[in-house]
Structures are given as C-alpha cells and as structure tokens.
Write a protein that binds this ligand. Structure first.
Ligand SMILES: Cc1cc2nc3c(=O)[nH]c(=O)nc-3n(C[C@H](O)[C@H](O)[C@H](O)COP(=O)(O)O)c2cc1C
Length: 199
C-alpha cells in the first residue's frame, strides 16, 4: 500500500474561484497522486486548471469545517501556481498535473512538485488531531457506511478527544458529531419504520 498524507487541497474553478477540500495525497515515487471521487468540485477543477496546492495544517478545524459547511478559511497567493494556498498552513506544496488516468469512479491525477515552502514549525503529534481527521473521514462517508459503525467509531474517537484536545480540536470534533447526528436524525424522519439508508 502506498503512503498517504492527508492535506487540504486547493484548486481553482471557473474564473479562478478557489475551492478547498480535504484530500489524501498518494505517494508515487517523487510524485503525488490526487484521486478525487466522481462527482466532486475538486475533480472538475483539476480538469479545468491542472494545478493544485497541498496545504499541511495542524488546525483540524479546516478538515472538519470543509465537511460541515465552513469552507471560508483565509487564503494567500502561492509562489509559482495560480491556485492560492491556505494562509495559516505549516507548509505547502505547489503541484502541476503531469498525467491524468481516467476512471469512472476515481480518476488519478499524477502531480509534480513545482514549489515547496515551510511557514511555521510542526509542534508535535496530538491524538485529538488524529481523532478529528478519522472522524472527518467517517463524516465524509455518512451515505456509504453503516450507521452503527459510524457511531461506534465516533464514540471511540471521543475518548482521545476528551483526553487530549485543545479548543480547536474540541470545536472541530463537535462540528463533526453534530453533522452525523443531524444526518441520522434526518434519516430517522424519512424512514419511520426504523430502516436507515446508510445500512
Ligand atoms: C482526511 C480526508 C481525506 C479525504 N480524501 C479524499 C480523497 O482522496 N478523494 C476524495 O474524493 N475525497 C476525499 N475526502 C472527502 C472529500 O474531502 C469530500 O468528499 C469533499 O467534499 C470533496 O468534494 P468537493 O471537491 O466537491 O468539495 C477526504 C476527506 C477527508 C476528511
């Protein structure tokens, strides 16, 4: 299995409108592969403008925010590509797409690093940050995974958050738990006989 780094990926849409989304960067030798699922704005943007920025941040509110309708994080111009970067990232990679492998479900964009920069020190691992990333992945799959699996996992992740979170991590986790709860409450209303579309 290739190594994957979780990043906030910036892309540019029509008229250069920036879009940010959490995405895995898949290691492939010296290159990174972006593999956005169909349908997604990131996918459409990469077809339109074959450049992206991978932003590495320890502010996990950005991951949780993107999945809960809070995408308005401050951006700054990049050095080489026309796509902006996240202003508060610790480091970023500016990427140019050099190959596209089409796939009905998940096309792969092979990217070359055209610029890299570090902006702030990495301050060490925090279990609550890792837990928020895991919770964000679960919340990005509310339609796909069984409800019981999501709830069990969120309860397990809440332990690390309870023990190790700072304010940012606690807030981010709260957004995700709220989104999952709303999703399942909506499902329950739609299926009064107890069936859940996610199961
Ligand atoms: C940590 C993390 C990694 C993710 N990696 C991917 C990925 O590699 N490909 C993908 O399509 N979605 C991924 N997602 C889900 C997307 O962020 C989410 O579906 C997003 O809304 C993309 O759609 P958009 O480009 O339309 O905003 C990931 C989510 C999280 C939290």
């Amino acid at each position: 299995m290739p190594m994957i780094r979780e990043a906030i990926v910036t892309t540019a849409g029509p008229l250069g409108a920036p879009h940010i989304a959490p995405l895995g960067l898949i290691a492939e030798g010296a290159h990174w592969v972006l593999a956005p699922f169909h349908p997604s704005t990131t996918l459409e943007n990469l077809r339109l403008t074959p450049f992206a920025v991978a932003n590495f941040t320890d502010d996990v509110r950005v991951f949780a925010g993107c999945l809960t309708g809070r995408r308005d994080w401050p951006l700054a111009p990049s050095e080489v590509v026309s796509v902006p970067r996240l202003r508060a990232c610790l480091a970023h990679l500016e990427l140019a797409v050099i190959e596209t492998h089409e796939d009905a479900l998940r096309p792969r964009f092979v990217c070359r690093v055209v610029h890299r920069a570090a902006h702030a020190p990495f301050e060490g691992f925090n279990r609550a940050q890792a837990a928020v990333i895991e919770a964000a992945v679960l919340v990005s799959r509310l339609n796909l995974l069984p409800r019981a699996e999501i709830e069990t996992e969120l309860n397990r992740l809440a332990v690390a958050v309870g023990k190790t979170a700072g304010e940012r991590e606690a807030e981010a986790f709260g957004w995700l738990v709220e989104k999952a709860a709303r999703f399942f409450a909506g499902e329950a209303e739609e299926a009064p006989d107890g069936r859940h579309s996610g199961n």
